[in-house]
Unconditional design. Structure first.
Ligand code: S3P
Length: 430
C-alpha cells in the first residue's frame, strides 16, 4: 500500500464485523442445539477459517448473503471427525479456542496454520488443557501443528493464568463445557469477555466476579440469533486517521463498545482526542455506539497499564498516534505485543525509525517522542495491523509512506483500501 498525505477525512462509515465475536458465533452456533442466525459476520480470512473448520466437522452453515449466516447447530456432542488436518491460516483465535473444543471430542484431530501462526506460543493453552486431562501434543518448541487426542476425560480445574489472554481464557471455558465439575479461570487482568457474554446468550450459565470466571461442564447450548457489531479494532485505524489528519471529521457507526475493548478510546481521550460517542444501545448482549472523531493535536502520555489488555490489538495504531503527538508517550506492561501475528513492538520500532521517528523499544513497550513523520518504506512482517497502522501513518507525513507485504490485511479487514479511500485517505494498493 502507498499512503500519501490527505487533505482531510470526512463522512459516516461502517467498518466490518467484530472478529472476536464472529469467531465465537460460529463456534457456539455449531455447538448449540437448533439453528443460529448470524448477521454482520466478518467475511475475512480469519473468521472464515473458523467457519471452514466447523464445516469440515460436519456442521451445515448456509451463507444467506454477505455477513448473514444460518448455522445448523449439532449440539455439544454432534461434531464429526474432520477428514484432514484443520488449517486455520493466520488465525490465533481459531487455533487456541478450537484446541479447547477439540480436546473434548470423541475423535482425534490436528490443527495447523501459516508461517506466522506456526511460530506462535501454544503452551499457554496446552499446559492448562493437560491439567484438565487433555492429550495435546505440540512441536518441541511448543508450537503447532497440534495433535489432539479424542476420547479423553476432562476434569474442571482452578487455573491462575500467567498472562492476560482472552484466547487462553476462552479455550479453557470451551474445554470446561466438556469437563466434569467446575472450571474456574483467574486472569491477572480483565480481558475481552465475549465468550462469557455469548455463552449466556446461548443459555449457558457462566459466573464472573471481576477477573474470575467459572462454569460447570455438562450443560447444553440453545440456538439464538447474533448481530455482530462493527469491530472497534478496525474502527481504531479510522479514529487515529481522523485525529492526525487536519480538517477531518468522521462518524463510525454501529461499533461494538464492550467495556473490555474500549481501552483505545480511553487512551486517545487521555492524549487529548476530540472523540465522543452517541446512540449507545445494547445489541444481543453487547454495547454498540456511533463514534464521532475530529482532528486534534494529540499529546504524549504514559499509557496506564490497566488499559493495556483493553486495547491490546490497537497498539500498532496507538504508536502512530504517539508519533504525531506533542511530547513523549511511554508504553509499559505490553509484553504480549511480542507474540502477536508479528513481534509488534519490534515491527513498530523498525517501521517508525525508518520514518525518522524517535522511538525506542523496551522489553514490554516503547518510548515514542512525537515529531515529524518522514517519507519512507516499511515492512509489515505479514501482520495485518502493522500494515494498516502504517497506511494511517502516511496521512500527515512529509511525503509518501510505502507499506510492503499487505496481503494479510484481508485476515481482519476486507475492503480496507476501498473504505479508507472513500473516507479521504490517499491510499493505493499495488
Ligand atoms: C482475541 C484475543 C486477543 C487478541 C486477538 C483476539 C480473542 O489475543 O489479540 O486478536 O478473540 O479472544 P490474546 O488472547 O492472545 O491476548
Amino acid at each position: 500500500m502507498i499512503s500519501s498525505p490527505s487533505a482531510g477525512l470526512k463522512g459516516t462509515f461502517r467498518v466490518p464485523g467484530d472478529k472476536s465475536i464472529s469467531h465465537r458465533s460460529i463456534m457456539l452456533g455449531s455447538l448449540a442445539n437448533g439453528i443460529t442466525e448470524v448477521s454482520g459476520f466478518l467475511e475475512a480470512d480469519d473468521a472464515l477459517a473458523t467457519l471452514s473448520a466447523f464445516e469440515q466437522m460436519g456442521v451445515k452453515i448456509e451463507r444467506i448473503e454477505t455477513g448473514k449466516l444460518r448455522i445448523h447447530g449439532v449440539g455439544l456432542h454432534g461434531l464429526k471427525a474432520p477428514q484432514n488436518t484443520l488449517d486455520v491460516g493466520n488465525s490465533g483465535t481459531s487455533m487456541r479456542l478450537l484446541s479447547g473444543i477439540l480436546a473434548g471430542q470423541q475423535f482425534d484431530s490436528v490443527l495447523t496454520g501459516d508461517r506466522s501462526l506456526t511460530k506462535r506460543p501454544m503452551r499457554r493453552v496446552l499446559d492448562p488443557l493437560s491439567l484438565m486431562g487433555a492429550n495435546v501434543e505440540s512441536t518441541a518448541l511448543g508450537t503447532s501443528p497440534l495433535k489432539i487426542k479424542g476420547k479423553t476425560e476432562l476434569t474442571g480445574i482452578h487455573y491462575e493464568m500467567p498472562m492476560g489472554s482472552a484466547q487462553v481464557k476462552s479455550c479453557l471455558m470451551l474445554a470446561g463445557l466438556y469437563a466434569a465439575g467446575t472450571t474456574t479461570i483467574e486472569e491477572p487482568a480483565v480481558t475481552r469477555d465475549h465468550t462469557e457474554r455469548m455463552l449466556r446468550g446461548f443459555g449457558y450459565p457462566v459466573s464472573t466476579n471481576k477477573n474470575v470466571v467459572s462454569l460447570e461442564g455438562g450443560g447444553a447450548l440453545t440456538a439464538t440469533s447474533i448481530d455482530v457489531p462493527g469491530d472497534i479494532s478496525s474502527a481504531a485505524f479510522f479514529m487515529v486517521a481522523a485525529l492526525i489528519t487536519p480538517n477531518s471529521e468522521i462518524t463510525l457507526e454501529h461499533i461494538g463498545i464492550n467495556p473490555t475493548r474500549t481501552g483505545i478510546i480511553d487512551i486517545l481521550l487521555k492524549m487529548g482526542a476530540d472523540i465522543y460517542l452517541d446512540n449507545e444501545r445494547l445489541v444481543g448482549g453487547e454495547k454498540v455506539a456511533d463514534i464521532h472523531v475530529k482532528s486534534s493535536q494529540l499529546i504524549g502520555i504514559q499509557v496506564p497499564e490497566d488499559l493495556v489488555a483493553l486495547a491490546i490489538d490497537e497498539f500498532p495504531v496507538i504508536f502512530i498516534a504517539a508519533a504525531y503527538a506533542k511530547g513523549t508517550t511511554v508504553v509499559t506492561g505490553a509484553e504480549e505485543l511480542r507474540v502477536k501475528e508479528s513481534d509488534r513492538i519490534q515491527a513498530m520500532v523498525d517501521g517508525l525509525q525508518s520514518l525518522g521517528v524517535n522511538i525506542e523499544g523496551t522489553s514490554d513497550g516503547a518510548v515514542i517522542k512525537g515529531g515529524l513523520v518522514q517519507p519512507g518504506s516499511i515492512e509489515s512482517f505479514d501482520d495485518h495491523r502493522i500494515a494498516m497502522a502504517f497506511a494511517v501513518a502516511g496521512l500527515n507525513a512529509e511525503g509518501t509512506v510505502t507499506v510492503n507485504n499487505c496481503e494479510n490485511v484481508s485476515t481482519s479487514f476486507p475492503g480496507f483500501v476501498e473504505l479508507a479511500t472513500d473516507c479521504g485517505f490517499k491510499l493505493k494498493a499495488q
